[in-house]
Design a protein around this ligand. Structure first.
Ligand code: PLP
Ligand code: THR
Length: 354
């Protein structure tokens, strides 16, 4: 970053939904939960309430374990599915493979992540089948296929349809593998699909979901949601051993409870997605602009003429310079439409001057 950019006041930060604040409903619920005492270590009524809420939302008796970060949710969920000699098949751009600093490998005791290619951040049954054909199942020299991990919405901002999830989980289950879903942006995918949560999870063969609340409007709250109770039996020990059993667990659950109440999670995600739609449509209309992937959630990957990208940064907007000449812009539950409009007007002016 040039010195000028570092000293320019930030007009708006599109780098990530991780830079967003927290929804007032969640903050107020947290303040209310801070009064008085409550049983520790997840034995409180709020945590029981979150399990009830998620069982109702997913139309199944689920087993829920709140944790504080998405990486913990992913790594610990995989540790419940995969032995140390196991293999986890994932996309080559998956967060568990690229951005978790070896946490899944550590939590599983050394399991191997097997990254696969796929257009627009999505795995295909053909690629998974081909990888498994050469896996050496039963061969003592080889790591043994144990889990498939899908990210929904993907790291490319795309969304798996229920039938796409089912086609992948069919291959995984046929090879004796369990299925994990990294749902750091699950609610953004759900808002786009408009289907019931069950349709794109357990009814499509997903065994465990890392449900992300942090990016969706919580301060820091994620939930590991098991649809297959047999896989959850040891998770309480795995979470405690990793130091992720929060003593005042009510404070994670208060966030999740408020976020899941009255469809707040979906309303917030719909807004984030709508801002991404508006922003990406405006950018795509600029001469020389090119969207790298369909915008199906709240992430935009776009190529812009250098003068436009540089000018936007100099004006005070922040976004990531991604691989190659891609830019990544992420909208959030609280991205103002006025900010999107101003950003697009400046981009258009810069484009006309270029
Ligand atoms: C797709 C995806 N999965 C998981 C995570 C992990 O979340 P955390 O940063 O809370 O560990 C992120 C983080 O933003 C993410 O983008
Ligand atoms: C680490 C970085 O990728 C983060 N998960 C984000 O999406 O902003």
């Amino acid at each position: 970053m040039t010195d000028a950019i570092l000293t320019t006041p930030v007009l708006y930060d599109f780098r990530s939904d991780n830079v967003a604040g927290a929804a007032p409903e969640v903050v107020n619920a947290l303040a209310a939960a801070a009064i008085g005492s409550a049983d520790p270590y997840g034995q409180d009524p709020l945590t029981a309430g979150v399990t009830r809420r998620l069982s109702a939302l997913f139309e199944a008796e689920v087993t829920v374990f709140p944790v504080a970060t998405g990486t913990a949710a992913n790594a610990l969920a995989l540790s419940a599915l995969v032995p140390p000699y196991g293999a986890v098949y994932c996309h080559q751009e998956s967060h568990i493979h690229v951005d978790e600093c070896g946490a899944p490998e550590m939590a599983t005791g050394g399991a191997k992540l097997v990254p696969l290619a796929g257009e627009c951040g999505k795995l295909t049954p053909a690629a998974l089948t081909a990888a498994l054909a050469g896996a050496g199942i039963g061969v003592v020299h080889r790591v043994q296929p144990a889990a498939l991990s899908l990210t929904q919405a993907t790291e490319a901002g795309t969304v798996y349809r229920p039938q796409e999830v089912a086609a992948l989980t069919d291959v995984a289950h046929a090879h004796g593998m369990a299925v994990h879903m990294d749902g750091a942006r699950f609610v953004n995918a759900l808002a786009r699909l408009g289907c019931a949560p069950a349709e794109v999870t357990w009814k499509a063969g997903v065994d465990v979901l890392s449900l992300g609340g942090t990016k969706g409007g919580c301060l820091a709250a994620e939930a590991v949601v098991f649809f297959n109770p047999a896989l959850a039996e040891d998770f309480g020990f795995l979470r405690k051993r990793a130091g992720h059993l929060v003593s005042k667990g009510r404070f994670l659950s208060a966030q999740l409870d408020a976020w899941l109440a009255d469809d707040l999670w979906l309303r917030l995600a719909r807004h984030a997605n709508a801002m991404a739609d508006r922003l990406s449509q405006g950018l795509a209309a600029l001469p020389g602009a090119e969207l790298a992937h369909p915008v199906e959630a709240n992430e935009i990957f776009v190529r812009l003429p250098a003068a436009v990208a540089d000018g936007l940064e100099a004006a005070g907007y922040r976004f990531y310079r991604w691989e190659g000449d891609l830019l990544r812009l992420v909208t959030a539950f609280d991205t103002p439409q006025a900010v999107v409009n101003s950003f697009l007007k400046i981009a258009k002016d810069l484009s006309e001057k270029a």
